[in-house]
Write a protein that binds this ligand. Structure first.
Ligand code: GRG
Length: 302
């Protein structure tokens, strides 16, 4: 059950995020398959019990910001989190980043095998679209809004968004390896293009999905879009700063830190976080949770 949307103080983003993460966890638990198959087990392992749940919390907060109950946006929030988790499973595979650990435990392919990890990712992506359509209908979201939600999610996850960004990063990585250049040669524009699509598209979609589920006006949706885009930039730059010098494999990838330097990246992150918050000015105190989550992400240490 969702807490009544007004039950949490506006100024405590940590409490808000933790409460909404609990709601999302319980709903994911219900929505994921629970049969005895290895596929269901791998999907649950990939999704449950870890993760900050930032994207789905943003979906709920954006819906509330527009004055609608967050229950209307819960299916879209869970669908977005399923897509995020599928992307992590596939990103960890040997053909991509070849990671052994994710969220402090063995990656899905390490725990279940490569073919099983591929299928678990595929099944999470597919389930996301079942959930955002069928569960939104069951929650009482009008059908024209559901069409817009499905379109939004598909665009964010596909060629124009996350998959396209990942492909661009791969191409960039390979061309630089082929000609023997260091990744430090990759400029800010390319880093930004990769980041906006690979990471930013899901944050942009998070803010917009909440607005669409709520029936936001065109002006409200524009403001939420600006917030989501700026949030995505600030989040990725902060991530690059946190990753700085942490992982030799990641050091081969172009980042905001290699493109701007650490000080330049910090300045840029702060500027984009400020723009995210300013974009919500017309919502007044209804935007407090969205603003609080932005601040929380800027101060995170992992
Ligand atoms: C394989 C189709 C395909 C896409 C992969 C998004 C992506 C593209 C890969 C994820 C790898 C990565 C480290 C991306 C940067 C974005 C990012 C910081 C993801 C981690 O998000 P958090 O911090 O993770 O929200 P949790 O674990 O909290 O959910």
């Amino acid at each position: 059950m969702l807490l009544p949307d007004s039950a949490l103080p506006n100024n405590d983003a940590h409490a808000y995020l933790s409460d909404r993460a609990g709601t999302i966890e319980r709903e994911l638990e219900r929505l994921l398959p629970s049969d005895a198959s290895g596929l269901a087990e791998a999907m649950r392992y990939a999704t449950l019990g870890a993760g900050k749940r930032v994207r789905p919390a943003l979906v709920l907060a954006a819906c509330e910001c527009c004055g609608a109950p967050s229950a209307l946006a819960l299916p879209a929030a869970c669908a977005l989190e399923m897509i995020h988790n599928y992307s992590l499973v596939h990103d960890d595979l040997p053909a991509m980043d070849n990671d052994d650990l994710r969220r402090g435990r063995p990656t899905v392919h390490r725990a279940f095998g490569e073919a099983e990890a591929l299928l678990a990712g595929d099944a999470l992506l597919t389930l996301a679209f079942e959930v955002i359509s069928a569960e939104s209908l069951a929650a009482g979201v009008p059908s024209e809004r559901i069409v817009a939600l499905v379109t939004e999610l598909a665009r964010a996850a596909g060629t124009a968004g996350m998959c396209g960004g990942q492909a661009l990063e791969l191409a960039c990585e390979r061309s630089h390896t082929d000609v023997g250049h260091a990744q430090t040669d990759v400029g800010h524009d390319t880093v930004r293009e990769i980041s906006v699509r690979k990471t930013g598209a899901l944050f942009r979609a998070a803010a917009r999905l909440g607005g669409i589920a709520a029936g936001a006006s065109a002006e409200q949706l524009t403001a939420l879009t600006e917030y989501g885009e700026a949030f995505g930039d600030a989040f990725q730059i902060t991530d690059d700063l946190l990753d700085m010098g942490q992982d030799q494999q990641r050091a081969a990838l172009p980042t905001y830190v290699t493109a701007l330097g650490a000080d330049g990246a910090r300045t840029q992150a702060a500027a984009r976080a400020g723009q995210a918050k300013t974009a919500l000015a017309d919502f007044g105190e209804h935007a407090a949770h969205l603003i609080g989550i932005m601040d929380l992400m800027m101060s995170r240490q992992e």
